[in-house]
Design a protein around this ligand. Structure first.
Ligand code: CA
Length: 416
């Protein structure tokens, strides 16, 4: 029997009673509060706590009366799951504790379209992996050797680089086209606007504790330290990136912005959508070996919207197309004793499927700018134009249960 809520929820809603994600919204007085969501409503968690609904859950006072979710996330899964489960109970159609307190509903519930969602995390560190094999192969084929698309290390370790935390922004915050050094010909570099502005469709996970330097998180314990996932759009200026990245890797072609969806969906909410992954060949070193290998079936759709046309889907990919799992990524990240922090973001790397209609970047969809992508108004894209709005939506659906992430929406403004 499926659970039902006494709150009216559309079947297509990302925020079913099975989800109960966490985010932060702005109050009318400019202050911020932590929230959850159900259907079209935001749940003000601070008001819930003041009304006594979280008594006996071992929560510190004011843990939701905060600008960021970090203090809540840091309480650890035992407590954060208690809060989520309590909300699920209170919203269940058979529970009257909140349902009958109609006079409190205005304090607790706010229509989603009346609030602005804020960046929910104070992100201390951001790491970008490169863990989808189809994506790594596509890039290898385009830029190196089609017969040896993957570099020799790729199947032995989850390749990554350290990104920039300061420029991670939430859905709704727009970006200016970046400028930088570009080398369009053999004649030498020029300074100018990026002409190859691209998206990368990714998921990012959030860690829930600070570890000590020297401490490694074993692969089988990694899930305990992951609070949840967000949809992640890792902006890329391909022309800047191409000229600068040798020999030390991504820098100004990447660090001008990365965008996240406002809601963090917990691993517990994603449990019904686990999908097994096949064994890795060649076998990995023991510290990366997993008893159970799985990813999650999360559909990811990307759209371009423009004043001349409505949101137009350019690709659909899925988080199940991962070669390296989150557990392996975290185990590898810490195996040398690197400490992690509460609110760190670890992005998957661009997620591409095996077929061209499931590629996770314009670089791949246009195959290095060689193929045009037709837009509904007759215009064409290889990379993004000023005035384009990119929307990425993520959701899971299985046996009548739907759990979604909402969307990450960003418009491209002209260069400053
Ligand atoms: Ca990336």
């Amino acid at each position: 029997m499926l659970k039902k809520s006494w709150i009216q929820i559309e079947a297509s809603s990302d925020f079913s009673i099975y989800n109960i994600p966490f985010g932060v919204f702005e109050l009318k007085n400019g202050k911020a509060r932590c929230a959850s969501a159900i259907g079209d409503l935001i749940i003000d968690l601070h008001e819930m706590q003041l009304l006594g609904f979280f008594d006996h859950l071992d929560l510190p006072d004011d843990v939701f009366n905060q600008r960021y979710l970090n203090p809540f996330i840091q309480l650890g899964k035992k407590i954060t799951n208690r809060v989520r489960n309590r909300l699920i109970d209170l919203l269940d159609e058979n529970n009257t504790a909140l349902r009958q307190k109609k006079e409190w509903h205005q304090r607790v519930f706010i229509p989603m379209d009346e609030v602005t969602m804020l960046m929910p995390l104070d992100v201390p560190n951001y790491t970008d992996f490169y863990s989808s094999m189809y994506h790594a192969e596509n890039v290898g084929k385009m830029f190196r050797d089609p017969d040896h698309a993957l570099l020799p290390n790729w199947k032995h370790l989850p390749v990554a680089y350290h990104g920039r935390a300061s420029s991670i922004i939430v859905s709704g915050v727009n970006i200016h086209r970046p400028k930088g050094q570009i080398k369009p010909s053999d004649a030498g570099p020029v300074f100018g606007e990026s002409k190859k502005l691209d998206i990368e469709i990714e998921m990012a996970f959030v860690t829930n504790r600070n570890t000590a330097m020297g401490e490694a998180i074993p692969v089988e314990k990694a899930q305990e330290h992951i609070f949840g996932l967000m949809v992640f759009n890792d902006w890329s200026a391909r022309d800047i990136q191409k000229w600068e990245y040798v020999p030390l890797g991504p820098f100004l072609g990447k660090n001008f912005a990365s965008s996240v969806s406002p809601w963090i969906v917990t691993l517990e909410a994603l449990e019904p959508f686990k999908v097994p992954l096949s064994p890795q060949q060649p076998a990995v070193l023991p510290y990366l070996e997993e008893k159970e290998r799985f990813s999650y079936d999360i559909h990811l759709d990307a759209f371009i919207e423009h004043e001349k046309f409505n949101a137009f889907k350019i690709t659909s990919t899925n988080y199940k197309y991962m070669y390296w799992t989150m557990a392996q990524q975290l185990a590898h990240h810490t195996v040398n004793g690197c400490n992690i922090e509460v609110g760190d973001l670890y992005a998957s790397g661009t997620i591409s499927g095996p077929e061209p209609d499931a590629y996770g970047s314009l670089l791949e969809l246009s195959w290095g700018g060689k193929h045009d992508i037709d837009m509904p108004d007759g215009s064409k894209r290889t990379f993004l134009e000023d005035g384009d709005t990119v929307i990425i939506k993520g959701y899971s659906e299985h046996k009548g249960i739907r759990v979604g992430f909402g969307e990450v929406r960003t418009s491209i403004l002209p260069a400053k």
